[in-house]
Design a binder for this molecule. Structure first.
Ligand SMILES: [Zn+2]
Length: 288
């Protein structure tokens, strides 16, 4: 089913797993990302940046996600990542996205609340979910760089006020992760996550998931992370394979010979991440 963030994270909350939110960097890789979720028996959140949405066309992302959700019988959410202005959000909602993120993390708390609230009002009227953000995630996203010294962890007291006043469906928190981190791994602040999870009752979101140690993922899920963003890892997998295949083949060879292996490489990453996100070991323990 083509569905919303609220829907898939509610189910994840009941069964204690997290839903992977994977950035589609082009249209080529999209079908295999959704097939990966189907093969793993999991819902998937496909997310796009504003620029990628404009490059491909919002309607085209919506059409592929909708048709594949129906044909493959898998729950697919189409989410707009890191939007900072209302017009971009309105465009995605009007063209059929089922979820949007308003990133007001750079604003003073009151202003972030006010603007997020306005987004929530518009989105909910259209049956669309909203993710808000509090605190700052390091690294570079959409050309905006946040250095180590400018990183601000999410304050649990602010989180209570923010969630109550805005009525967001999910909250992105800053607990030490960085956008675009690939080679090194980050030290996530689990005690802070526990503190936030104890006082806030909406699903929590991790950005910069590529930089998270895989052995930390269970701990994050067990403390309320219900949406787990992975972008860089897919980008690297596709590009590496593309360099290989385009280097090796003749220019007259059909393009699909070069591109199918790139999509397959992305599919393997998505399948692997979902296998961890399902948190099976932990759920087996609970069922016992
Ligand atoms: Zn992000």
């Amino acid at each position: 089913m083509y569905t919303t963030l609220k829907e898939v994270t509610s189910k994840a909350e009941q069964l204690n797993y997290t839903v992977g939110a994977f950035n589609a960097h082009n249209l080529e890789m999209l079908p295999d990302m959704i097939r990966a979720a189907k093969e793993q028996g999991s819902p998937i959140i496909i997310q796009t940046s504003i620029d990628t949405a404009k490059y491909i066309g919002h309607e085209n992302f919506v059409a592929v996600c909708k048709s594949m959700a129906t044909k493959e019988m898998v729950d697919v959410v189409l989410h707009l990542d890191h939007a900072r202005n209302f017009d971009d959000i309105k465009e995605a909602i009007d063209k059929g996205y089922t979820s949007v993120m308003f990133d007001g993390s750079h604003l003073p708390l009151k202003e972030n609340i006010m603007k997020t609230r306005a987004v929530v009002e518009y989105a909910h009227k259209h049956g669309v979910s909203v993710e808000g953000e509090l605190g700052t995630i390091g690294g570079t996203e959409e050309g905006i760089h946040v250095g180590e010294d400018d990183k601000v962890y999410t304050n649990p007291k602010d989180a209570i006020e923010f969630v109550k006043a805005t009525k967001v469906d999910a909250l992105a928190i800053a607990i030490g992760t960085n956008h675009g981190q690939y080679k090194s791994k980050t030290q996530v602040n689990i005690p802070l996550l526990r503190e936030i999870d104890a006082v806030v009752d909406v699903p929590l979101v991790i950005h910069g998931g590529t930089g998270v140690n895989e052995q930390d993922i269970h701990e994050l899920i067990n403390n309320g992370i219900r949406k787990f963003n992975v972008g860089t890892e897919l980008l690297v997998a596709w590009t590496r394979k593309a360099k290989e295949t385009f280097e090796e083949t003749k220019e007259t060879k059909s393009l699909r010979h070069n591109i199918i292996p790139c999509n397959q490489a992305v599919k393997e990453v998505v399948k692997h991440k979902i296998s961890i996100f399902r948190n099976i070991e932990d759920r087996t323990l609970i069922l016992r």
